[in-house]
Every structure is written in structure tokens, then in C-alpha cells.
Design a protein around this ligand. Structure first.
Ligand SMILES: Cc1ncc(COP(=O)(O)O)c(C=O)c1O
Length: 412
């Protein structure tokens, strides 16, 4: 990790907060064991700046749905590169992409292109506030770095205006009564509920359908934040997979297999009603390399078994990992839906859980498997990648078992 650590020392002198992605913060990595800088990627593999190769499951925090350097996407980008990257008038690619979105995503009747997940969720909330004439928002988990999201968090509150907090309310997934309570407390004031259609838990007792009905009964909109689930669960998003159509939805991450493309989309009636009122304009909104990549991604999803493959790879990882931890008697499980899995390190106290997680991740990285917050299978992970991963998981879990046994022996 010599080069990684050298670059890290240089970054400390030059880059604000060091990393672009919060989850990549140095606190989450075991110093000296984890690479800090990646040089390149191909299919489901990455190489760090010291030349070490890994099977990657972090996939740029979700965007890499097809694999790194995926041929059809690279070709589309290179073709567009010859023609120019960015102009001041609308490109035919914008119309083509918008039509593909409308054809495939259930709630999509109008589309606005943006660059990041945060700008898409910000736009959706702006549209909802303009449409309803209300200010309050009920939100689920993370939706971006803007004020109304971070105001609801308990960390990094620097620069957040405290008044922003009164307009933002947090609710728990699958707990309809917590939403009902807020609608009651803020009668006629809630503009929208914005939530991810699913994270780890699946909807229970018709939660999403009941939430949609509740929002409409209260004159509010339901926004699905599909920045992570979009394209990954299904070409039509998790809304298509779950069969629930929200009023508005936001997509990002996987939209262009790693190029910056996001969008807000939704019902024509809502978007048309506010078209003359809201300001959603940005210089790079129609930037052409990302749109070319986005068109290539949708075409790959339409014409190949990308989603089936992702579901099946994740299914194998989940089934075999959980059988392994059960066999070893470890309180660790791989949870969530197959396209988006997360480890749950259980145990009686925080320090034990954190130590278990660090041990596991460190033993995996030593053996060539790179894990992050979430496990994202991609289309070009191979069966051999999964075989290797399961061998590595087995070795790493055995080290975790030794740690567990040693804690027990010391009466911990
Ligand atoms: C569900 C969800 N929404 C929105 C965002 C913000 O996206 P971005 O980081 O591209 O601004 C994220 C980022 O991880 C996310 O997970």
C-alpha cells in the first residue's frame, strides 16, 4: 500500500475532507491494509495504485451496473467525443434518452436531466413544494448533501441553517403510523414524502400502497428516491419491480454506468403545472457524453439479461454467505435484495460489531476482495469471481470466528 499511503499524505495537504464520498472516509478503512487510491477498473475488477487487483463489490458506490470499461458504453462515449461534448442548444440525444425513460419507467411522463443524485432529489422536492404550495417534507434515509437532507441528520451540521430543521421530518420505513402521525401534526403543510422504495427491508402489509393512498388523501405527493435502486432492480426501477407508481421519482448512480447523469421524472400533470414556476436549469444538464452513455445503458438493459444476471449473482452471494456464517456459528448475515446487499454484523456491543466488521473487511482485502458499505453485483462479475469471493469469505469468516472465540475466552 506504499503508493496509496504516499498519495494519501499528499491529499491531506490539498483536498478538503480528503475524499469525495463520505463513506470512503479514512475512519472506515483499516490503515495500511486498505488501498486508498484506485488506478483502473475492468469488468468486475479494480487495481489500486500499487498494482494490487481486487474483485470489487463497491462499484463506485453503485453506479457501475454493467462493469468497468464496458465496451458498449465506452464506444458510445468515444463516438460522441468525436462530435463534441457540450453545446448551448438541445441535442437529439436528450430527446432520445427522455423517450427511453418514458417508455420504460412507470411514473415517467416528463424528464429533467441533471448530474447528481442530490440535484435530482433537490429538484423533486422543489417541484413538490411548488405544486402543492406547501413547505414540509417527510424523508426516509439519505437523499443527498443539500440542506433539507443534512438538517435531518445528527452529524456535520456546520453551515446548516437551524430554521431548515422545522420543515424536515424523518420517518421509519414500514411504519405507516409514524407517517400518519406527522400528517396529523402538520395538517395541510406536508408537500411530499420522499423515500427509497426499499433499502434492506421489503415493504410489509402493503406499506407502499398505503403510503401512496395516505399521501394522496392528505394532498401530498409521493416521491421515490431511486438513485440507488433505479436500473439496478429493474430497467423500470424498483417501482416497476414492486408494482407501485409514485408521483415523482429520482434516478442517478447507475444511469450512465459511472458517468454523471441523473434525472427527476414524474407525472406530466404535475411537472407541466410547475414548469413556468420552478427554476431547474444547469449548464451541464445536457452534457452529451453522459447522455450517450445513458442511452447505451438503457439499450443494454433492454437487449440483454442484465437485471436477471445481477439478481442471480446477488442471490448466490447471499445464499452461500448465510449458509457459511450459520455453519461457523457467527452472528453475521448478508441481508437485503440481491442487487443491493449489506452485511449485518450482530453482537452485544458496538465495539465488538465494529471489530468484527473491520476484521472481516481486512481479511477480504488481503485476499483480493474489495468490499464497501453495500455489495453491488454487476453484469460482468463472473461465476469465477463469485467462486473466488466465496473462498475468500470462508477464510475471512474463519478469522472472525477466531476473534469471536478469543473474546468469549476472555469473558467478553
Ligand atoms: C438514496 C440516495 N439518494 C440520493 C443520493 C445522493 O446522490 P449523489 O451522491 O449522487 O448526490 C444518494 C447517495 O448515495 C443516495 O444513496
Amino acid at each position: 500500500m506504499h503508493k496509496s499511503e504516499t498519495y494519501w499524505a499528499r491529499a491531506e495537504g490539498s483536498i478538503f475532507s480528503l475524499v469525495q464520498l463520505y463513506q470512503e472516509g479514512s475512519g472506515n478503512h483499516v490503515k495500511g491494509n486498505y488501498p486508498r487510491f484506485i488506478q483502473r477498473g475492468s469488468h468486475g475488477h479494480i487495481w489500486d495504485v500499487d498494482g494490487n487487483e481486487y474483485v470489487d463489490y463497491d462499484m463506485g458506490l453503485g453506479p457501475i451496473i454493467l462493469g468497468y470499461c464496458y465496451e458498449a458504453v465506452n464506444q458510445a462515449v468515444m463516438d460522441q467525443l468525436q462530435l463534441g461534448t457540450h453545446f448551448s442548444l438541445v441535442s437529439p440525444g436528450e430527446v432520445e434518452y427522455a423517450e427511453l425513460v418514458i417508455e420504460n419507467i412507470p411514473c415517467a411522463e416528463k424528464v429533467r436531466f441533471l448530474k447528481t443524485g442530490s440535484s435530482a432529489t433537490e429538484a423533486a422536492v422543489r417541484i413538490a413544494r411548488a405544486y402543492t404550495g406547501r413547505s414540509h417534507i417527510i424523508r426516509g434515509e439519505y437523499h443527498g448533501w443539500h440542506e433539507w437532507t443534512i438538517a435531518g441528520e445528527g452529524y456535520r451540521q456546520g453551515g446548516i441553517i437551524s430554521e431548515a430543521r422545522q420543515y424536515i421530518h424523518m420517518c421509519r420505513y414500514n411504519d405507516l403510523s409514524s407517517f400518519e402521525k406527522l400528517f396529523h401534526q402538520h395538517k395541510g403543510e406536508i408537500a411530499a414524502v420522499i423515500i427509497e422504495p426499499l433499502i434492506i427491508q421489503k415493504p410489509k402489509n402493503d406499506f407502499l400502497k398505503n403510503l401512496l393512498d395516505l399521501c394522496h388523501a392528505e394532498g401530498a405527493l409521493l416521491i421515490f428516491d431511486e438513485v440507488v435502486t433505479g436500473f439496478r432492480f429493474h430497467l423500470g426501477g424498483a417501482q416497476k419491480y414492486l408494482g407501485i407508481t409514485p408521483d415523482l421519482a429520482t434516478f442517478g448512480k447507475a444511469a450512465a454506468n459511472g458517468l454523471p447523469l441523473s434525472f427527476v421524472t414524474g407525472k406530466k400533470e404535475i411537472m407541466d403545472a410547475v414548469d413556468k414556476d420552478v427554476y431547474l436549469f444547469t449548464t451541464f444538464g445536457g452534457e452529451r457524453l453522459s447522455l450517450a452513455a445513458g442511452i447505451a445503458v438503457i439499450n443494454e438493459l433492454k437487449n440483454r439479461d442484465v437485471n436477471d444476471r445481477i439478481w442471480s449473482l446477488g442471490g448466490r452471494l447471499k445464499k452461500e454467505t448465510n449458509a457459511l456464517t450459520e455453519r461457523l456459528g457467527l452472528d453475521i448475515s448478508l441481508e437485503g435484495s440481491h442487487p443491493r446487499l449489506m452485511f449485518n454484523f450482530k453482537g452485544s456491543n458496538d465495539q465488538y460489531r465494529r471489530q468484527m466488521k473491520n476484521t472481516f473487511m481486512q481479511e477480504c482485502i488481503k485476499r483480493g476482495v474489495f468490499l464497501g458499505w453495500t455489495i453491488f453485483p454487476c453484469y460482468t462479475h463472473t461465476d469465477a469471481d463469485i467462486d473466488l469471493t466465496m473462498n475468500v469469505f470462508e477464510d475471512a469468516m474463519k478469522v472472525c470466528k477466531q476473534y469471536k472465540d478469543s473474546v468469549r475466552a476472555w469473558g467478553g
